[in-house]
Design a protein around this ligand. Structure first.
Ligand SMILES: Cc1cc2nc3c(=O)[nH]c(=O)nc-3n(C[C@H](O)[C@H](O)[C@H](O)COP(=O)(O)OP(=O)(O)OC[C@H]3O[C@@H](n4cnc5c(N)ncnc54)[C@H](O)[C@@H]3O)c2cc1C
Length: 398
């Protein structure tokens, strides 16, 4: 049970921020009633730390928790409008299988401002139900407001599991929610399945040397962040409809500690581009030095793609770690993957073999990368890559 100590100064902030109307004023102090779900939304509003939620390390009634939830991350499109980040489709596809096995509903959680137009798309990706929270203060992602909303939703509707993308946003939000709700979280999963009714979460551990299988048998919801490009997408179902649950969650401005002052679109070959890029030009030890990678960047620019790298190239300092493709880096699934001076070690292949078309350039005709390549070019990448770039430039001029 939530407690309010004598420190309460009667400021009424907690009363205003409570999504469930569980806090009220009695004289000059705040009191709590039985509608409290222990969501924790009031904690940050209290400037004198008079509110406390006792955390007990024990089991919860897990039978009260039902439904597979997917947190839907939104991106700013070039036209300034919001769009669903592609991993949302992957997570709903993965969630559909889990929900079917558990005979539970698959639900999407859509948080933002003027975002209801995306509901049909979420239904076409498999969502049976969409929890919609709209508020002008939720226009852009913010740790404080989004975690308060997620905690309130979870406390009220009690899902058995919540899946988040393993992106900057998902990795920021999920631990915050897990801490507030006092439940477990497995980060960076590459596999999900059901074991004895629980979510079995698989992720590489110890630098990718072992795969760890993790269960959260005593707490709910079970929560995981999932790497982009590892879950197979189901084809969208045209005309599918979802039940819409619109939830009004008041947000207290005072809990928001970070303000978006200006948005800048990163045009560099950054991590966000790697995991969603349609074209990746990737380099390995065979590219030798930064000048070698410059050639790859020029080709990537012509193809409007991103630059990836093998771990050997990362270790040589030719690209920052976020560009690493492979088992201990990022899993990618572009339409076109051009591997230059990469031998094709298994740890690299697992991170890119689901690419639609692989082109390999390597001077060794026996390099393993040719086994997964649709087109192979045997020769010096330093000579071949600039010729490809030149040919593309000439084609554009013609
Ligand atoms: C636990 C663990 C996790 C790992 N995780 C990853 C991971 O996530 N990603 C990853 O990539 N690796 C990973 N590795 C490392 C992996 O095993 C390989 O060592 C690494 O992928 C090799 O990188 P490479 O192909 O660039 O280098 P190399 O194996 O040295 O190959 C260089 C290639 O370049 C070719 N070459 C040389 N000069 C030229 C030229 N001028 N033109 C064309 N071709 C040329 C050579 O013929 C050769 O095939 C991991 C290893 C372990 C043990």
């Amino acid at each position: 049970m939530l407690t309010i100590s004598d420190e309460c100064i009667g400021c009424t902030k907690c009363v205003k921020v409570c999504p469930f109307g569980a806090l009220f004023m009695e004289g000059k102090v705040a009191k709590v009633n039985e509608s409290c779900t222990l969501c924790g939304a009031c904690l940050q509003s209290c400037s004198v730390n008079a509110i406390d939620i006792p955390r007990t390390i024990g089991t919860v009634d897990i039978s009260a928790y039902k439904g597979v939830w997917v947190f839907i991350e939104l991106l700013d499109a070039k036209d300034g409008k919001k769009q669903i980040r592609p991993i949302g489709h992957e997570l709903l596809s993965a969630g559909k299988g889990l929900a079917a096995e558990l005979k539970e509903e698959l639900c999407a959680v859509l948080i933002g401002h003027h975002v209801s137009g995306m509901i049909d798309k979420l239904a076409s990706y498999g969502a049976d139900k969409v929890y919609l929270v709209e508020n002008e203060m939720l226009q852009d992602y913010n740790t404080d407001s989004f975690s308060a909303v997620m905690c309130a939703l979870v406390s009220q509707y009690k899902p058995s599991m919540v899946l988040y993308p393993s992106t900057y946003v998902g990795r920021d939000l999920a631990p915050r929610v897990a801490t507030e709700l006092f439940t477990g979280l497995t980060a960076d999963c590459t596999g999900l399945s059901i074991k004895n009714g629980h979510l079995l979460q698989t992720r590489p551990a110890f630098g990718g040397n072992i795969m760890a299988n993790i269960l959260c048998p005593e707490k709910r919801p079970q929560m995981a962040t999932i790497r982009p490009n590892v879950m197979k997408k189901n084809p969208p179902v045209a005309g599918a409809k979802a039940v819409i649950v619109t939830v009004n969650i008041p947000i207290d401005k005072s809990i928001i500690r970070v303000k978006t002052v200006k948005k800048l679109i990163d045009e560099s070959h950054g991590i966000e581009k790697i995991d969603e890029a349609k074209v990746i030009v990737s380099g390995g030890r065979g590219m030798k030095d930064r000048n070698g990678f410059k050639l790859l960047e020029e080709l990537a620019d012509e193809l409007n793609g991103a630059v990836g790298a093998s771990r050997a190239a990362i270790d040589m300092g030719l690209k920052p770690k976020p560009h690493q493709v492979g088992q201990s880096g990022t899993t990618v699934s572009p339409t076109l993957y051009i591997a230059c001076g990469i031998s094709g070690a298994i740890q690299h292949l697992v991170g890119m073999e689901s690419s639609d078309i692989v082109i390999a350039i390597n001077k060794n005709p026996d390099a393993s990368i040719f086994n997964v390549a649709k087109y192979g070019i045997i020769g010096d990448a330093h000579a071949i890559v600039p010729r490809l770039t030149e040919a593309l430039k000439n084609r554009k001029k013609a």
